[in-house]
Write a protein that binds this ligand. Structure first.
Ligand code: N01
Length: 542
């Protein structure tokens, strides 16, 4: 990765404590912008990043086919007109290498690297109640203190590998998609097994299928996958975007989910079948999440309305997959459309028409163990040269609870969140003063919401400094009310009964709770704005 600036070296951890105004954990989309914002305000900031480079998600997820499911022109940062004019997106849904280059470009352009220490995994963060500051320990022993601590660790960064018996006994190569090697993995002439059929697997399967001698896909739950319809960005489109960025970003701030798409205000059930199918066909032919976020508004709230589109998608799968038995296995029937994030695909279903691809139903015959040769299910053993774990993430809470964070009275963040996220506004937790979560936890185009939260945190810190205050944390009442409000919003959706990372149900033993905030972006923005405008009445300020 070409870079012009230097990162500070990782000290040996000789016991000396470093002091900053703010510490940011993570140099992904949110962390980079948080660093920029706080530094602009004159704070001394240190970012600790576990990875060997910046980019977060776009550093770690290097598997073949990894790319945005947001339109590129809406995913890039909106806060620098100069950056917007300088950067050319090459594809409508940009791929991982380009996305990583973009975030490196940002790091260089704004001279961010000098404050980002790489290969530095934060192991603990302890609040000092007397000094109103946080002490952070980095693996290796380095210690640093700061008044403000910002967890910019993302929502899908704690990878999950099922604890299969014998997992270390496999003699071939194995990779989790979220810690994919930097060097190209050569699948040619190899027998490959892929465990999982979520959005990640859906992106990589068609590519690996073309290269490997044979690919076996282990599917437990099929997904409703919709065509991405990616294409290159030509100079005319590029020029239109560059001339219209303010309008594009304004639209994204005004729509329900932070995309340029908006739900159709009609009910799927109030129009004739002919009209309904005409809209479904029209949406299907368009790129991106239009089929989801441009659909009738009640497909996300009404089971009967949802089923009309779910069956439409099943029929599309049946049209594309030649073997009717395989098609039925790939057609989801146990959850509503959109109750899991919709994987956007390119030639995914056609992969199953290839002679070298086999779909194995591990709901019928679950995986029993990994053997030295491959994967043993209840009814067969499959031999591989490579196993791919496309098995997802311990989402939202996982990246935070894996750090030993201790707040007032020594209470641990892990205990506090044992039954699901407990926050006010998704940003702060009672009993953990000056600790902010800079992650987009709304159902939203990631950057759109992350920028809003980063700015809220920066404004809040600015307020404290202006008023000479030493700490801020939400009251327990405000937190309780937010948790109840979030649950109530969740209850209006079709999300809560489905086994997905949205609900934490993909992780055995994790308490089910909707991990994302089911409000629209404009409403959420309003709530955050009001919480600050009223002088942080729902917070304890000291
Ligand atoms: O993870 P997942 P993902 N035995 O949790 C299976 C984002 N993303 O990495 O469904 C057998 O969706 C599991 O089966 P089941 C996006 O937000 C974005 O694919 O639990 N199988 C499932 O099939 C997405 O939602 C893009 O029955 C087991 C799979 O592993 C999120 O990341 C691209 C198993 C995990 O699927 C997560 O997607 C990619 C077991 N014991 C991802 N345990 C963009 O386009 C788990 N599985 C931007």
């Amino acid at each position: 990765m070409a870079q012009t600036g230097q990162h500070p070296p990782k000290p040996s951890g000789n016991g000396a404590i470093e002091h900053y105004d703010a510490i940011v954990i993570g140099a992904g989309v949110s962390g980079l912008y948080q660093l920029y914002k706080l530094r602009e305000m004159g704070l001394s900031v240190r970012v600790f990043e576990d990875a060997g480079g910046v980019g977060g998600t776009w550093y770690w997820n290097r598997y073949p086919g990894c790319r945005f499911d947001s339109e590129s022109e809406t995913y890039g940062y909106s806060w620098s007109e100069e950056l917007l004019q300088e950067w050319d997106w090459k594809e409508h849904f940009s791929g991982q290498p380009e996305n990583e280059r973009y975030l490196n470009f940002v790091a260089d352009k704004f001279d961010l690297r000098k404050d980002i220490q790489l290969d530095s995994r934060v192991s603990s963060a302890v609040y000092d109640e007397d000094a109103h500051c946080w002490e952070v320990q980095v693996e290796g022993g380095q210690r640093a203190r700061a008044q403000f601590l910002i967890g910019a660790v993302g929502v899908l960064s704690a990878k999950y590998t099922p604890p299969f018996e014998g997992i270390d006994s496999f003699k071939g190569q194995s990779f989790h998609t979220s810690s994919w090697p930097k060097e190209k993995v050569d699948f040619s002439g190899k027998r490959v097994g892929c465990i999982g059929t979520g959005a990640t697997a859906v992106q990589l399967i068609p590519i690996v299928a073309q290269e490997a001698s044979h690919l076996t896909v282990f599917q437990r739950t099929p997904n409703y996958c919709a065509p991405l319809r990616n294409s290159e960005v030509n100079p005319e489109i590029q020029a239109v975007w560059k001339a219209n960025y303010p309008k594009i970003h304004k639209k994204c701030r005004e729509t329900s989910a932070g995309f340029e798409h908006e739900f159709d205000p009609r009910s799927a059930l109030e129009v004739s079948e002919e009209e309904r199918l005409a809209l479904y066909e029209e949406l299907w032919a368009l790129p991106g999440f239009t089929k989801w976020l441009g659909n009738f508004h009640d497909i996300m709230t009404n089971q009967e309305a949802n089923e009309t589109f779910a069956e439409f998608v099943r029929n599309k799968i049946r049209e594309r997959v030649h073997d009717p038995e395989v098609a039925e296995l790939l057609a989801p029937k146990d959850h509503p459309f959109g109750a899991k994030r919709i994987p956007l695909e390119t030639h995914y279903y056609e992969a199953y028409n290839r002679d070298n691809v086999k779909l194995v139903d591990v709901r019928k015959a679950p995986i029993e163990r990994i053997t030295p040769k491959g994967v043993k299910t209840q009814d067969a053993e499959y031999e591989f040269d490579v196993i791919i774990y496309a098995t997802g993430f311990d989402a939202v809470s996982g990246p935070l609870t894996r750090i030993d964070i201790r707040g007032e009275g020594g209470q641990t963040f892990k205990d506090k969140w044992a039954n699901g996220p407990r926050t006010h506004l998704g940003i702060q937790t009672a009993g953990f003063p000056n600790f902010f979560i800079a992650a987009s936890t709304a159902f939203c185009n990631y950057t759109v919401c992350a920028e809003m939260i980063v700015e809220w945190i920066a404004d809040c810190i600015g307020y404290l400094r202006e008023k000479n205050l030493s700490s801020i944390a939400p009251t327990l009442q405000a937190e309780d009310a937010w948790v109840e409000h979030s649950k109530e919003l969740a209850s209006y959706t079709l999300l809560t009964d489905t086994k997905s990372w949205f609900m934490g149900r993909n992780i055995p033993g994790k308490a089910p709770a909707l991990l994302l905030y089911a409000n629209t972006v404009p409403e959420y923005r309003k709530e955050c704005r009001e919480a600050a405008a009223n002088g942080y009445q729902d917070f304890v300020l000291q």
